[in-house]
Ligand binder design. Sequence first.
Ligand code: AMP
Ligand code: ZN
Length: 455
Amino acid sequence: MTEIKLYNTKTRKKEVFTPIEADNVRMYVCGPTVYDRAHIGNARPVIVFDTLYRVLRHVYGADHVTYVRNFTDVDDKINARAAESGRSIGEITAETTEWYLEDMAEVGALEPTHMPRATGYIGEMISMIEALIEKGHAYAAEGHALFRVRSYKKYGALSGRDVDDMIAGARVEVAPYKEDPMDFVLWKPSSDDQPGWDSPWGRGRPGWHIECSAMAKALLGDVFDIHGGGLDLQFPHHEDEIAQSCCANGTDEMARFWMHNEMLQVEGKKMSKSLGNFFTVRDLLKQGVPGEVIRFVFLSTHYRKPMDWTEKKAIEAARTLRKWRALTDGVTPTNASDKFIAAVADDLNTAGAIAEMHQLASEGDLGGLLASGQLLGLLEEHMGDWVNRGGIQLDKLRELLTHAREEAMASKDFTEVDRLKAMFVEAGIEVRMGKEGVILAAFDDVDLSKLEGLL
Ligand code: AMP
Ligand code: ZN
């Protein structure tokens, strides 16, 4: 069996991954808060952990991996959006959830095994908070329930922070109902116009962190294999999830491996609304950047490195994908090469895996190229329509050249073949002729004027 190594934030080391149960690998990834279109940064954890999901399915079998990614559908940002737009919370979360699924499908993400909504697990959250209070790890105060951070000795271990340093560094106003400034909210009261559920602490709603602890426990059990999310979630969100789950369940750990993707930037700058470089996945799709190209650009950078989205990268990615799609047209996938598998199994070295795909393409192992690409969620037939967009009728050109080549074989006069080939190359189309026949690969910058009279 392929040995997978993953970088574990918890130990700050790359470790050999061995699942707790070999026939059921369990992974939880923190999903979106649903009040707006996903921006391209939000697509990074989706693409990274989708790729890991595919690799795990490849190694352990498609039926032996359980992947959970939640929807946070109760949150103050959602309430604010409802208030300012005059629409109902249910309408906003339902619409945004649908958008999210559509956009993530466009970038080639498989649907996780389970996609729980926080509002479907309020009962489980209340039970978990009750268990924490009973064990002395939490307390009720003024309609709130709070986690007693000092009661959990390992608090801060994941992110390597010390509780006293954190307090010294923080200058937050401490709510009067908190015993200690570090304590965080498990439950908070709702006013009549806010969504709320009855609980032992009055009508209210859950804090954000408890959602993931309750949903992960319900769907994956007390201890599971991999927990993932963006680096911005490492503290406090993941630290709080660990504290809640370990204290409520009486376990040593919540997940064996903690994995974090680095953040995405745009043309070297942090993406933000005020800088005007903020865009959503849908914005890119509408501009004509295909989902497959977005995925390729993301996979070209290792997930633990900050990643820059640039137009140049998108153009280069489109060029490579067009070429690979042309090369593998009509080819049956065989097996991903050993080098390719070794790269993806080495802490998801997708950049190395793509380098190996270039190698397979130049060696002519087209079945291997296709199988490798599909393992990364690329070169799948259903994602390839974009290649034929833009008026470049490659099929027609291929037919012309194939016909001319057949005639030339008989007459031994290659003038017409050479003429066509020169025109294609001049227009920016790569031409290959071999025993597989004629292969044309068109790049973005095809100059149609150079093909006058042919189309
Ligand atoms: P949110 O809806 O803000 O909770 O974020 C959903 C997911 O997107 C989380 O896993 C975040 O860590 C991740 N995320 C948010 N912004 C970025 C970014 N700029 N780059 C990479 N991941 C991000
Ligand atoms: Zn979470």
